[in-house]
Design a protein around this ligand. Structure first.
Ligand SMILES: [Zn+2]
Length: 203
C-alpha cells in the first residue's frame, strides 16, 4: 500500500451513510439500544493513516455528519504529512469499551456513552468528538486528591514535558489542523486534561 498513486489514495478517503452492513457492526455496541442519535445523523469514514514506521494502514471511523468532512480532511492532511497515527478501527471491535480501545491506542469518535464519572452524555455520544492516539495522550482527572488516568496503562505518558512518540501538544500538526477546522482541545481544559480529545460544538 506504500506504492499507491495519488488517484488510488484519493479513492481510499471517503464518507458514506451508515449502510445496513455497517449498522450491523455497531448495533448494540457503540449504537446502543437507547441511542437518541438518529443513524441518519452519522457517517462512516474510510481513510488511510501511517504508523510510526511510515507504514500505511486502512482506517474506519464513525462520526456525526456535521464533522465528517472536517475529520476526513484532517486525516488526509495527517496522512500526506506522514503524521503517525497507530490505529483507526471501529470502537465496536472493542465491544464499544472505551477503556479497551484507548489502551490499544485506537482513535475513535462516535460511541453512545456518558462522560466518565458523570451521567451527562459525552460529545462522543453525538459523534462530535475525536480521540487521537489515546494511549499516549491520556485523560487525567484528580479525584479525591488522587490522579485518575484513562486508559489505566497510560502512566508513562502523564508527564507532558517528557518526550515520547505519538504525543499531542499545542502547535503540532494534528493540533493545528483540528483548531483550524473549528475544534477545541481537551488539553486546554482546566478541571481535567484530555490530551487525546478534540470536539466541535454547534449552537
Ligand atoms: Zn474524547
Amino acid at each position: 500500500m506504500n506504492t499507491m498513486t495519488e488517484s488510488e489514495i484519493n479513492t481510499m478517503f471517503y464518507i458514506s451513510e451508515i449502510s445496513d452492513e455497517i449498522f450491523a457492526r455497531i448495533k448494540g455496541k457503540s449504537y446502543k439500544d437507547n441511542c437518541t442519535v438518529p443513524v441518519t445523523d452519522l457517517r462512516y469514514l474510510h481513510l488511510l493513516h501511517k504508523d510510526l514506521d511510515g507504514v500505511t494502514h486502512e482506517g474506519e471511523m464513525i462520526c456525526n455528519v456535521k464533522i465528517a468532512e472536517d475529520v476526513l480532511e484532517i486525516f488526509r492532511a495527517l496522512y500526506d504529512a506522514g503524521y503517525p497515527i497507530e490505529k483507526v478501527r471501529l470502537i465496536d471491535e472493542y465491544d464499544a469499551d472505551d477503556e479497551r480501545s484507548m489502551a490499544d491506542n485506537n482513535c475513535s469518535s462516535f460511541n453512545f456513552r456518558t462522560v466518565s464519572y458523570s451521567t451527562k452524555l459525552s460529545n462522543h455520544a453525538l459523534g462530535l468528538a475525536v480521540d487521537i492516539n489515546p494511549l499516549y495522550n491520556p485523560y487525567i482527572k484528580t479525584l479525591n486528591g488522587k490522579p485518575h488516568i484513562e486508559p489505566a496503562n497510560a502512566g508513562p505518558y502523564v508527564d507532558r514535558s517528557a518526550d515520547y512518540p505519538y504525543k499531542l501538544e499545542e502547535g503540532d500538526l494534528c493540533y493545528r489542523l483540528f483548531i483550524e477546522h473549528g475544534f477545541s482541545w481537551g488539553g486546554h481544559w482546566q478541571s481535567c486534561k484530555d490530551y487525546q480529545h478534540f470536539e466541535k460544538t454547534f449552537e
